[in-house]
Design a protein around this ligand. Structure first.
Ligand SMILES: *[C@@H]1O[C@H](CO)[C@@H](O)[C@H](O)[C@H]1NC(C)=O
Ligand SMILES: *[C@@H]1O[C@H](CO)[C@@H](O)[C@H](O)[C@H]1NC(C)=O
Length: 342
């Protein structure tokens, strides 16, 4: 008799708990389903719900943005100083351990005084090294930064998939400390760059400022890579459309400062994806801005062997290791007087 009563009570308790759990689940589901996502501006609650969800079940390629990543090495004064606002802000993407690469870039295409007619400001953007290297690299990076004052280290793990964060944080730095830069160049470290041609033939410092301007090698209506394991693999659950909007290839593109600021604004609400150049394309689409074609053959996304005259008539060649850049640079600097004019 007593046992039966206990069993009954236990049963009642258990079923009450079950019902309560069901009600709780249902109400959770309902509030997320009925969230008025179409209303604009969306309330912060919906954003925070979206990020709560991402934090619970993150896709390995989902990026946490917006998020306040700290600047660990920073130079707030880098673009002020006695000179006027920079004509060109060069944001060079490097990895923490690339000490030698940065040294070559400073001495070659990243030299701020290479184009004497304009003010150029160069910053290397990097994230955090893998934890196992962090200790030994810290002192090295601090010393490098003391000597050159051009490292912008941001507090997230430096991986290929986080490159979008690097670019966005470079733009955040620009918005905060250098908002009047006339142009911004995003460039990778494995390239050959000809800043003179870029400044004089593409950006035209003596002409009127170009608004909503972005140029580079334009990829038009390309298809997302759906083969797993590919470097540019795009999971359908992150981007489901068949085509990408037009975008400028990641090794190097240049844009007006005002457009950089507008991209940063829409980037706060466009879902951040790991392919940084495509992501900028998505932001451009959101803004209704189309990339401007560059002179044909001036931004090469694939390697081409060095040729003195040809390299004087282009902006960028992707696929150059720093040792090679160092090797060809003295020849590149010699006069191009003997080159045919075209
Ligand atoms: C940068 O270029 C200027 C002008 O050509 C030159 O005097 C200077 O030595 C170069 N700096 C470096 C670090 O190579
Ligand atoms: C990006 O950086 C964050 C913060 O350091 C890290 O937790 C995450 O694993 C990185 N993401 C990828 C895909 O590498």
């Amino acid at each position: 008799m007593k046992l039966m009563k206990w069993n009954l009570m236990l049963g009642v308790l258990l079923s009450t708990a079950l019902v309560a759990l069901l009600v709780l689940l249902l109400s959770q589901l309902l509030t997320s389903w009925t969230a008025p996502a179409h209303l604009s501006p969306p309330s912060p609650r919906i954003f925070s719900k979206k990020f709560e969800w991402q934090a619970r079940t993150p896709h390995p390629l989902v990026l946490r943005y917006p998020e306040s990543y700290p600047f660990l090495l920073n130079h707030p004064e880098k673009c002020e100083g006695p000179r006027s606002a920079p004509f060109l802000l060069m944001l060079v993407m490097t990895q923490p351990q690339d000490v030698g690469v940065r040294q070559v870039i400073r001495q070659t295409w990243g030299n701020e005084s290479l184009v004497s007619s304009v003010v150029i400001c160069r910053l290397f953007v990097l994230g955090l090294p893998q934890p196992s290297f962090a200790q030994e690299l810290r002192a090295l990076l601090e010393e490098e930064d003391r000597e050159h004052g051009d490292l912008l280290q941001v507090g997230f793990l430096d991986t290929y998939a986080n490159l979008t964060l690097k670019v966005l944080m470079g733009l955040e730095w620009m918005a905060q400390y250098c908002p009047t830069a006339q142009y911004v160049l995003k460039v990778d470290s494995d390239v050959f760059l000809n800043p003179r041609y870029l400044v004089q033939q593409v950006l035209w410092p003596s002409g009127p400022p170009q608004l909503d301007f972005i140029t580079g090698h334009i990829y038009r209506t390309s298809n997302p890579e759906r083969r797993r394991g590919h470097k540019w693999y795009m999971p359908p659950e992150l981007y489901s459309h068949d085509k990408y909007p037009d975008y400028c290839g990641g090794p190097g593109y240049v844009l007006s400062g005002s457009l950089a600021l507008r991209i940063l604004t829409v980037a706060q609400r466009v879902k951040a994806i790991h392919l940084e150049d495509v992501f900028v394309g998505l932001c451009l689409k959101e803004l209704g801005v189309k990339p401007t074609p560059s002179p044909p053959g001036t931004f090469l996304m694939f390697r081409r062997n060095y040729d003195h005259c040809a390299f004087h008539r282009l902006v960028l060649v992707h696929g150059f290791q720093h040792q090679e850049v160092q090797q060809i640079w003295p020849d590149f600097l010699t006069s191009n007087g003997a080159c045919p004019t075209v």
